[in-house]
Design a protein around this ligand. Structure first.
Ligand SMILES: *Cc1c(COP(=O)(O)O)cnc(C)c1O
Length: 371
């Protein structure tokens, strides 16, 4: 019996994927190197964790663990709808926004059809398109960012979906209101445009577009957002999309009935209500981002200007080696070579002391490399 046969008769696109490399967990580094006092600035998490109101909401769920969650997510959709001024019929909930991105892709893409992404863009679009059997069309980046003109030029009769992360992870680059509106006017109505706004709440730029407002003129637009970033809830897995009710109806058909846990639903409602927590997190991030970029510039390194809670730094040498050297100093960052950025490291904005610790370690690593 040939025991490898079962591996040959599989989805060749999936077999050809590189496994997703998550940010390294703190526990893993402790096991590997036996060092304590590790900081993680690797996964764009909120360094404060969720606020106390959310913690209370999570506690309140503990009594009901044997029951399935509310598969319709009624209360959370009501909260989101009133906060975002949309109708509940426009919302699709997901086990993280990655789940929603996957669902949207499965609904729109079939074998023989194409998805357009930008070079250096968030890896989940590639994953989802490949799993759906679609063909990826990658448009070269412009100054590390999304080239919307280039994307328009890449549209064919086979194009089903276009992904734009605004801002993009790991580059932190973003597209402005006028540019985006101009782009949307030229995209054919039958091509879905996904605007991934995972970092929406962090951006305080006058020209930064709000995808939900653009939807009135562009019913082929679908906006995804998440509770993993500013709300500090990466662990509970909760995200959502806003679209036309018709698109949401289709995407909801592909959804697993209980894709959001009771913890996620309750935490989401509480997080939406806690506007102070979001405001304080935003302010902390702006200070931290300045601290990091000024610190890095003072060491003579370039970085890609970012509006998110992370920044990709040009290490002036191989990113993965710098990543390793930082690990040995107890600092976890994120190499981004697989995003086509072999000299960069992505560093998430942490608490002030964490940012300082990174800068000290980075300086030491640069010095060791020279010496
Ligand atoms: C972090 C991130 C997400 C969010 O993923 P979740 O599944 O909601 O945790 C989505 N898009 C981008 C570009 C991100 O960086």
């Amino acid at each position: 019996m040939n025991k490898t046969t079962g591996l040959a008769n599989v989805h060749q696109g999936i077999a050809g994927l590189n496994p997703y490399v998550p940010g390294k967990p703190i526990d893993e580094l402790t096991r590997e190197l036996g060092i304590a006092d590790i900081i993680k600035l690797a996964s764009n998490e909120n360094p404060r964790g969720p606020g106390p109101i959310v913690m209370q909401a999570l506690d309140s769920v503990r009594g009901d663990l044997s029951r399935y969650p509310d598969g319709s997510g009624y209360l959370l959709k009501e909260s989101l709808a009133s906060r975002l001024e949309v109708d509940t019929s426009q919302i699709t909930l997901g086990n993280g926004s990655n789940d929603v991105l996957d669902l949207v892709t499965r609904v729109s893409v079939e074998p023989g059809y194409e998805a357009i992404i930008s070079e250096h863009s968030f890896v989940v679009y590639r994953l989802a398109t490949t799993c759906a059997g679609g063909t990826l069309v990658t448009v070269p980046a412009k100054d590390y960012g999304t080239d919307l003109e280039g994307m328009l030029g890449a549209i064919t009769e086979k194009t089903r979906i276009i992904f734009i992360a605004n801002p993009n992870n790991p580059t932190g680059t973003w597209v402005a209101q006028t540019e985006l509106a101009n782009f949307l006017r030229q995209v054919p109505n039958n091509v879905w445009v996904v605007l991934d706004e995972a970092y929406f709440e962090y951006i305080d730029e006058p020209d930064y577009p709000n995808g939900i407002e653009l939807m009135a003129d562009h019913p082929n637009l679908i906006v995804t957002r998440t509770f993993s970033k500013i709300h500090g809830l990466a662990s509970v897995r909760l995200g959502y999309s806003i679209s036309s009710p018709e698109m949401a109806d289709l995407v909801n058909r592909a959804r697993q009935p209980f894709n959001c846990s009771s913890f996620a639903l309750a935490a989401g409602v509480a997080a939406i209500a806690d506007t102070d927590f979001v405001a304080t997190s935003l302010a902390l991030n702006q200070e931290g981002l300045t601290q990091l970029t000024q610190g890095v510039a003072a060491l003579g390194c370039d970085y890609i200007p970012s509006v998110g809670n992370f920044v990709s730094i040009d290490c002036g040498g191989p990113g993965p080696e710098t990543f390793d050297a930082l690990l040995h100093k107890g600092v976890i960052t994120r190499p981004v070579a697989e995003y086509g950025l072999p000299r960069h490291l992505r560093v998430s904005v942490g608490l002030e002391a964490e940012n300082e610790r990174f800068l000290d370690a980075f300086k030491a690593v640069l010095n060791e490399r020279e010496g």
